[in-house]
Ligand binder design. Sequence first.
Ligand SMILES: Cc1ncc(COP(=O)(O)O)c(C=O)c1O
Length: 447
Amino acid sequence: MDDSDDQRKHGLSRRGLLKRAGLGAAAATLLDRIGMLQQTFADELRADTRQAGSPIDDSPLDGAPFSGLHLAYSLDPSVTYLNHASIGTIPRAIQRSHARYLELCEQNPWLYMWGGAWEGPRESIRAKAAHFLGCTAEDVTFSHNTTETFNLLAQGLPLGPGDEVLVPNLNHSGASVCFELQAERRGYTVRRFDLGWDDATDVNRTLERYAEAVGARTRLLVLPHVDNTVGLRHPVAAVAQEARRRGVEFIAIDAAQTVGMIPIDVSALGVDAYATSPHKWLQAPKGLGLSYLGSALREALQPMWMTWGQQRWQGSARRFEDYGTRNLAAVLALGDALDFHGRLDPAARVAHHRRLHAHAYARTQEIPRLAWRSPADFDQGGALYAIDVDGQPARSLAQALFTEHGIVTRGFEHPGWHAIRLSPNLANTTADLDRFFDAVRGSGEPS
Ligand SMILES: Cc1ncc(COP(=O)(O)O)c(C=O)c1O
C-alpha cells in the first residue's frame, strides 16, 4: 500500500476505514482506544488536581487561588519557575496522556499516522482550538511553532518591490527575522520603528506610535499582542482599525504570549493572522504551533509546504500545514491542554494572574533598588513583567538567581535598559514571587 492509498483513506468514516483496510475487531478496539484515553486523561486530571488541593474539578473555579496546583506539575522542588514566557510547563496529567498517545501509536504506527484513525480526533481538536480562539475550524492551522507561521507569511504573502513590512522594536525575532532575511531576495523592505522602552508601557502612546509609523507603502504590519519584553498588551483591535484606515492590507499578530493567558476572541480583533506556541501558556507539548489564518489572507497566501493536501484543503487553513509525517500524539495532547483550560473559569484564571501581577508590582515599589518596567495595570499588560534591579546587567543577574537560588527568570539587556522578566503561570503563588524579591532585596548581587 503506498501513501496515496493511505491518503485516500483520510476522512473516511470509521466503518469505511476498517472496511477499506480490511481490518476486523482488533482494529476496532484500537480505534476505540482514543476515546478511552481521553476519558483516562479527564479522570487523572481530576484526581491530580484534587490531591493538589486545587479547585479544578467538574465545577468552574470561583476565584479562589490555585493553591497547591504546583503538585499537579513535575517541577523540581528546588526550582522556582518564573519563566513560562520562554518555555511553559505541562501538568502531569497532560504529560501522561501525551505518553499514552505515543504508546498507542506504536501499537500500529501506520493506522494512527497515515491510516486515518486519528483524522477524526485531529479535526475535533481543530474545532476545539477554533472555539478557544473565537474563529472557525477552517481558519485554524497546526504549525510547529510561532516562528514557522511567520516564515510562512514571509515566504508566501504576495510582497514585492515597493512593499513595506512594518514591525515595532518590541517584535520578537521569531516574527521579524524571517521578513528581514527574505526582503532583499523578494524586493520588499522591512522598517522597524521605535516604540521606546518607557513609552511602551503607556497603551495610548503606543497606539499613537503605531498610527504615526504606518507609511504609504506599508502593506503588512506585524505586531505582538503581548510582547515578550515589557509585556505590554498592544491595543491590537484599535491598531488594526487605524492601520486598515491608512491602507495596510495585511495585519499579522504574534500571539505567543497571550493564548492560554488571557481570553481571546480573534474575530473581534480584525486581523489576518494570529499565531501562537501553545507550550507557553496553554501548557501543551513543545514543538507544536497553533495559528488563525483569516480567509482573505488565505486567498493571497502561497503554502510553504507543498504536497498532496493542496487540492483537497484548498480554501481552508489546513492547506498551510506540513503534510509529511507529523507528531499527531502532540496534537491529541493539545486537545487535552484545551480541555484543561476548559475546566478553568476564564475569569478565575485572569484573577489569578491579576493577583500575582499586583503582588509583584507592590513588592517592587517597596524595594528602592527595583524599578517596574511594565504596565502597572494588568489589563494593559499581562502575566509577564520586567523589573530593573539597580540597573545591573540582567543576564548575569538571571544566571546568579538560578545558580544561587534555583529561581528561573529571563534577563533582558538593551542600550540603557536592563530588566529581569518574571512570567508566572497557574501553578505559581505569591510565595514564589517573594522568593525572587527576597533574593534581590539586598544590595549588590542577589544573596
Ligand atoms: C513573543 C514571541 N514570539 C515568538 C516566539 C518564538 O516562539 P517559538 O520558538 O515557539 O516559535 C517567542 C518565544 O519566546 C515569543 O516570546
